[in-house]
Design a protein around this ligand. Structure first.
Ligand SMILES: [Zn+2]
Length: 430
C-alpha cells in the first residue's frame, strides 16, 4: 500500500530546519519514499489532501513511567524524596499486574494523542507494557529498572539483574523492531553500589542502552557526596555505568566537572521541564550542556509529577523557562527544541532510521491541523509549533507508515474499554 500525503507544510530537519510550504510526502509500506515540493511522477494507491496541515516527525518521549499513571494527582506539593517515600512507593506496593497494564494503556492513549510515536519507559514488569506497545503500533524502549530492594541484603539484587538480561534476550527488537529493551538504574540513592555496578556490567554484556535518573535535586547530590564522596555523575562514571550508551533524566544539579564527565562519556541528558518545575527541583543548565555538545532530549516523566503526557506542553515549557530564568530570549531556539523532541530523541533511543522527514526513514509522523485561529498565520513554522500549538492540534499520528490515531479516533486500541478498566483500577488503589 502506497499513500501520498499532499499539499501539507513539511518541516524538514537537515543541517537546520527547513519549511516546505506546500509539500508531498509519499509512504511505501513502513517508509517514506518521496519528499518534495513538486508532485511525484508516479501515482499512489491512496492520496490524502492535507491543505492547511503541517507534517512533523513524530515526537520521542525519552522519560516515562507509564505503569504509575493511576497516581496522577497524588502527592502534590511534596518535594521529591518525601513525594517518593510518602506518596508513591506505598501505593505502588499495592499495584497488581493488571493495575500496571491498565495504567500503561491509558498512558499510551494519551501519548498517541499528542503526536508521540515512541517512548522510553522505566517501570517494573515491562512485559506487561510490551504487549500493549505491540498492539498499539507505537514504539518503545522498555526496561527492567534496578533498585536495591533491601540495603542489608545485597544478594537479592541479583534476581533483578537476571530478569533484566532475560527480558533483553526475549523482547529486544521485537514487534517488528518497534520494541527495544534498555537497562535502567532508578537512581544512585536507591541502589547499592556493588549491585548498580553488576547491573551496569550486565547491560554492557548485552550491548544495551542505559536509562537512569541523575542529579535531579540538590538533595540527591548532597546525599551522594555524603555516601560516596563524589557527585552522582562521578559515581556512575566510577562504577562503569557510562560505558553503556546512557540517557540520564533530569540533570538539574551539575557541576562543570559533571558536565565534562557527561560529555566525555557521550551521555544524553533528558530534560523534564514540567516535572522539575512541579517538584521544585530546579532548572537544567541546558545551554551549558548543549554548548558542551551533550545531546539534550525531552521527556514527560510520569503523570504523578507532571501531571499529563502532553508533549506540546513539554515543548512549550522547555522553550520558555530557560529564557525567563536567564533573562535572555536567545538561550534556546524553537528549532533546538524541535530537534530535542524529534531527531535527538530518536538517536538517544538507538533508532537510526526515524526522527526526521527523509526518504528511506520510517514514516513516524505527527500531523497538525493549522485551520485554527491560534495557528494563523504561518510566518515561522517551527516557532508556530513550539510556542503556539496545542496537543489537541495533532489530528493524526502515524508509526511505521500505519495510521494509529485519526481525528480523535484510536485505530489500534479499544479506548472505551481501556478507560473503563482503568477507572476500576484507580478506584481500587485509592
Ligand atoms: Zn522519572
Amino acid at each position: 500500500m502506497r499513500t501520498l500525503l499532499k499539499n501539507a507544510i513539511l518541516l524538514v530537519e537537515k543541517d537546520r530546519w527547513e519549511t516546505v510550504p506546500r509539500g508531498f510526502l509519499g509512504i511505501n509500506d513502513q517508509r517514506i519514499d518521496y519528499l518534495d515540493a513538486i508532485p511525484p511522477a508516479q501515482s499512489y494507491d491512496h492520496e490524502i489532501d492535507l491543505e492547511n496541515h503541517l507534517i512533523l516527525p513524530g515526537f520521542f518521549n525519552l522519560h516515562a513511567h507509564t505503569g504509575m499513571t493511576s497516581l496522577r494527582g497524588i502527592g502534590s506539593g511534596l518535594p521529591l524524596h518525601r513525594w517518593l517515600k510518602e506518596a508513591m512507593f506505598p501505593r505502588e506496593a499495592k499495584f497488581s499486574p493488571s493495575d500496571i497494564q491498565r495504567s500503561s494503556q491509558i498512558a499510551i492513549l494519551e501519548m498517541i494523542a499528542s503526536g508521540i510515536v515512541s517512548f522510553s519507559d522505566m517501570y517494573i514488569q515491562p512485559w506487561l507494557t510490551a504487549a500493549l506497545v505491540e498492539t498499539s503500533g507505537m514504539k518503545a524502549n522498555l526496561s527492567v529498572p534496578f533498585a536495591s530492594k533491601d540495603f542489608s541484603r545485597p544478594e537479592i539484587d541479583q534476581e533483578r539483574i537476571d530478569t533484566a538480561v532475560k527480558v533483553f534476550q526475549e523482547y529486544h527488537q521485537s514487534a517488528e523492531e518497534r520494541i527495544r529493551i534498555d537497562f535502567a538504574i532508578h537512581a544512585e540513592y536507591t541502589s547499592l553500589k556493588a549491585s548498580a555496578q553488576a547491573y551496569s556490567e550486565a547491560c554492557q554484556s548485552c550491548g544495551a542502552r542505559m536509562h537512569l535518573h541523575l542529579a535531579e535535586t540538590e538533595a540527591d547530590v548532597k546525599g551522594c557526596i555524603e555516601r560516596h564522596g563524589v557527585t552522582p555523575a562521578a559515581f556512575f562514571a566510577g562504577i562503569g555505568t557510562f560505558e553503556n550508551p546512557t540517557n540520564a533524566a533530569h540533570c538539574v544539579v551539575l557541576s562543570d566537572a559533571d558536565i565534562e564527565i557527561l560529555r566525555e562519556k557521550g551521555v544524553a541528558a533528558i530534560h523534564n521541564p514540567s516535572s522539575n518545575m512541579k517538584l521544585g527541583s530546579g532548572f537544567m543548565p541546558i545551554r551549558k550542556l548543549m554548548d558542551a555538545g551533550i545531546p539534550v532530549v525531552l521527556g514527560t516523566d510520569s503523570t504523578a509529577s507532571n501531571n499529563n503526557l502532553n508533549f506540546l506542553e513539554e515543548i512549550h515549557l522547555a522553550s520558555l523557562i530557560h529564557c525567563g530564568a536567564a533573562h535572555d530570549p536567545t538561550i534556546l531556539s524553537a528549532e533546538e527544541v524541535l530537534t530535542m523532541a524529534t531527531s535527538a530523541g530518536a538517536a538517544a533511543q538507538g533508532r537510526n532510521d526515524t526522527g526526521r522527514l527523509k526518504v528511506g526513514n520510517k514514516a513516524d509522523l505527527a500531523i497538525f491541523d493549522l485551520d485554527r485561529p491560534h495557528l494563523m498565520p504561518v510566518h515561522d513554522a517551527p516557532a508556530l509549533i513550539v510556542y503556539a500549538a496545542q496537543a489537541s492540534d495533532v489530528v493524526c499520528t502515524i508509526v511505521d507508515g500505519k495510521m494509529i490515531y485519526d481525528h480523535g479516533k484510536y485505530l489500534t486500541v479499544d479506548a472505551e474499554k481501556a478507560k473503563a478498566d482503568y477507572r476500576q483500577s484507580c478506584a481500587r488503589i485509592h
